[in-house]
Structure formats: structure tokens, C-alpha cells
Design a protein around this ligand. Structure first.
Ligand code: HEC
Length: 120
């Protein structure tokens, strides 16, 4: 199991503040590293079937950091857990806990690391 490598980010003061605010919330209930591998696999195989293997969009919209920027994480978590009625986006609540959906949103907002994309 590999730990995710720390990534260099160029963030302005607002970005740094946002990261500092988010880190404690997210790290409270991070999935285990084995489960993180499963979640990344799910993201590529299942979410990727609609959102594209590299999440650049398909039947569903792109889930890249630049397309999700500015969208409230709570809204994105709710979309993953409950789906969007009237659209193809299904609810994942039977498969994912709230913490797992929150972790996936965190991954999506940061961008899936390239080496994870290649290995899953
Ligand atoms: C069967 C197709 C399908 C699958 C599978 C699917 N999605 Fe979606 N998803 C969609 C569609 C279509 C939308 C756009 C809904 C709308 O029009 O608002 C969407 C919207 C979203 C959004 C909101 C994007 C935004 O910009 O507001 C997120 C986040 C998301 N999906 C995450 C996921 C994740 C994570 C998975 C896997 C656990 C997944 N989706 C699997 C079809 C799918």
C-alpha cells in the first residue's frame, strides 16, 4: 500500500487558509489505506463509466479540480450519496459511507494523483 505523495501546490493565502480549514475535518475520519485503494478503483471503474476514465466527462460532467472549483463540498458529497433525481447520477449511499464520499470529494478537488490513475 503506498501513501499518497505530498503534492506541491501553488496556493495563494486564501487557498492555504482553505486547505488548513479542510485538513482537520477530512483527517478526522479518513478511510483506511486498503479502503482508499478500493475507493480509487471504484472512482475509475464505476464513476469513470459515466464521468470518463480520466474524469474528463462523458455521460456525466467532468469531475476535474477546475470544473469542481468553487462548488460547495457538502453539495458534492450529497450528490454522491443521494444522486441527482431525474438525471443519470445514481445514489451511492448503499456502497459508500459519508466519510468515504467526503474523502472522494477531497480527492476530486485535489485531482487524482497520476500514478493512482495509472495503477488502478
Ligand atoms: C450512470 C452514470 C453515472 C455514474 C455511474 C456516476 N455518475 Fe456522477 N453524475 C452523472 C450525471 C449525469 C451527473 C450530472 C447530474 C446533473 O445533471 O446535475 C453527475 C453528477 C455528479 C457530480 C456533481 C458534479 C457537479 O459539477 O455538480 C458528482 C460530484 C458526481 N457525479 C460524482 C460521482 C461519483 C463519485 C461517482 C462514483 C461513485 C459517480 N458520480 C457515478 C452520472 C453518473
Amino acid at each position: 500500500m503506498r501513501a499518497r505523495k505530498p503534492r506541491k501546490r501553488r496556493a495563494g493565502p486564501a487557498g492555504v487558509a482553505a486547505v488548513l480549514l479542510l485538513v482537520p475535518l477530512v483527517s478526522l475520519a479518513e478511510p483506511s489505506s486498503a479502503r482508499r485503494g478500493e475507493l480509487l478503483h471504484l472512482l475509475k471503474q464505476d464513476c469513470g463509466s459515466c464521468h470518463g476514465m480520466t474524469l474528463k466527462g462523458g455521460l456525466g460532467p467532468a469531475l476535474l479540480p477546475e470544473t469542481l472549483a468553487g462548488k460547495p463540498p457538502e453539495m458534492l458529497i450529497a450528490t454522491i450519496l443521494d444522486g441527482r433525481p431525474g438525471t443519470a447520477m445514481p445514489p451511492w449511499r448503499p456502497v459508500l459511507s459519508r466519510e468515504e464520499a467526503a474523502w472522494l470529494v477531497d480527492v476530486l478537488l485535489e485531482g487524482v494523483p497520476r500514478e493512482e490513475q495509472a495503477n488502478q
